[in-house]
Every structure is written in structure tokens, then in C-alpha cells.
Design a protein around this ligand. Sequence first.
Ligand SMILES: [Zn+2]
Ligand SMILES: [Zn+2]
Length: 391
Amino acid sequence: MKAVCWYGAHDVRVETVPDPEILNPRDAIIKISSTAICGSDIHLYDGYIPTMKKGDILGHEFMGEVVEVGKGVDNLKKGDRVVVPFTIACGHCFFCERQMWSLCDNSNPNAWLAESLYGHSAAGLFGYSHIYGGYAGGQAQYVRVPFADVGPIKVPDNLTDEQALFLSDIFPTGYMAAENCQIQPGDTVAVWGCGPVGQFAIQSAYLLGAERVIAIDRFPERLQMAKEQSKAEVINYEGQDVVELLKQATGGRGPDACIDAVGLEAHGTSIGATMDKIKQQVHLGTDRPHVLRQAIQACRKGGTVSLPGVYGGYLDKVPFGAAFAKGLTFKMGQTHVHRYLRPLLNRIQEGEIDPSFVITHRMTLEDAPHAYDIFKHKEDNCIKVILKPNA
Ligand SMILES: [Zn+2]
Ligand SMILES: [Zn+2]
């Protein structure tokens, strides 16, 4: 089959690789109809995530048709059309039973790697390095889906791929970020970052009852999408004192909740060196928590800072004193995608949201190297790319 393979920083290639096979009874093989490139793929593309190996297949946002199931999968059959969560979860461990799917104890065969860095390992992820399990991703014609009896959800015929695909990650991720804000009627929510996750966070905040959402970015096309599609008030942060503007916009009180949908821009630059070094050099900041600092500073007293943006290592000069003095609540982590599949599918079917609005580019799998390039550099007003591997 054809697949998008990682070969190093800024080097992805479309190669012919062996087809995936059923390895365990709870596996399924999916023929991919649509797959997307995600902002977090850019951390891999830039070479910042350790434990990538040459030839690794990328991609964690995908959907398609079931073509084979293992003996242990009795809820799916050949021909079913499904969308698959990017987090891999067993469904039966302590964490899965408590709906904390992205913290599954059983889905990362390389857990020891993550334990050495974080104390414990979270769930395995598709196409996201060997520290997250080394699973082949879905920017390919086919993919093996482990624990297929608990992950994939069937997509009704009346929804298009473009409407359903983002249930795999960015819609639930934006939604969980908003849900973590515990929005009350009348609340104002500020969202840093108007990429796809930021857009879904804005729309989800409204779905959950926010009165106002103020979105912050610097790319005109993203601010425009936030304003026109997601109905946010917008701030272009260039040359602006964002904290002061947010104060002014909220009668001096500050937003009730602040969502950091940016995360570390230079994801794990220093993690890339070696994980051991990081463990030793604990005084070294590894991420650039600029947005987090602003969010803490801007948030109203007693408010919530919600972090869907990814952080990887040690953060320097985070104003923890301000967070304490203001009694802030922090909520963060990888999305418990499985928890949101059914409720968000229902919201799409009810017409409350059409996730396809974020798509700016539609390409073939062969276009992937170019797609990564324009997506990374935000060229051609690129906000979200989908690829059609079997078109
Ligand atoms: Zn993603
Ligand atoms: Zn589990």
C-alpha cells in the first residue's frame, strides 16, 4: 500500500510499504477514505518529537471502511464505515473504566519510555512516535486499529467524510477544552490560537453556553474564520497588550475561562536531545509557555485555564504565584476522544455544528509532502488539509 512515511525533519515521503495485518484478536483493518494532517503532526515534521524512526507511518486523524476484523471484534463487520479516535484505549483498565480513555494503561507497548520521562505512561497514539507506542498511522491506504471493539464508531450514511472525520481528534479536543472550562451562562471565554482546535473550542464554548468568546491569533485568515465561521470577537495580538485588552473587554475582571489552544510552539526542542538529559537538567525550560503565561495573567480570579495545546517537558517562568493568588483551576491533557464520539456525532446529526468548515485544502495522498510544507508554513491560507488515500 501507499503511506506517508517520516524520514527526518521536513522529510516525509509517500512510499510503498507492506499492507497491515491482523496481529491480535481485537484488531481491525480499515481502508482509509479520508485522513487529515494535524497541527501536532507538525511537531513530528519539524523533528522535535524524540523516538521517531525512519519509515514510520504518520497520521492520527482518519476514517474509512472496515475490511477485516479479528476474532475478538464482534461489534464491527466488513463494509462498516467508521471514524477512529486518535487515542488507543483497551476499554477495560482502571482508566478506561473511569472514562479517562487517553490515560489507558494497556495500549502503549513502550510504556517504559514514557515512564522514564513522566513517571507514568498515557495511552498509545496512532502515528505519533515510539514513546506513544510506535503504532503505524492512518495517512495511508490501510491501517491496523488495535482494540477495534472499543474505539471506532460507525458513521451514518447521511454524513459525509468531511463532516465526520474530525471526530477522530480536533472536534473532541476543542470540545473537551471548552467543557473543562465549566462554562456558566453569561461567561466570557478567551481562546488563544485560531487553528482548527481553537475554532472547535470557540464553537464548543458557545454550544456549552458561553455568552462571549474572544479569540486571539495573528494570522488574518484564521482570525477571519474565528470571526465569520465561529462567531468570536477577535484580537490580533501583534503589537498588542493582550492581557490589557482582555481586561478592557471584560470590565476589568478578565475572562471567566482561558483556553490555550497553542501549546508549546517549539515542541520539545530540548526533549529531542535526549530524555536522560532532561531528567538531569530539570532547571532547563523545554517548552515555550508564552500563551500559558498570558492566560494565567488574564484569567479572572477563581477562573479556569484549560489547555488542549500540547506541552512536552519542563516549563520555565510560569507565574505560579499569580495562579495561586487568583485561585485558578487548571484542566489539561490528551483528549478522552472515546467519551465524546457519540454525543458529538449526535450534535453533527442535529445540525448544531458542521465540522467541515475548517477544511481549506483537499489533496491526494501523493500530495502529502507538499501538503505538509504549506500547512507548516501556513501558506496559501492553509488551515486544515485532508487527504484521500484511495481516491
Ligand atoms: Zn490531531
Ligand atoms: Zn485501558
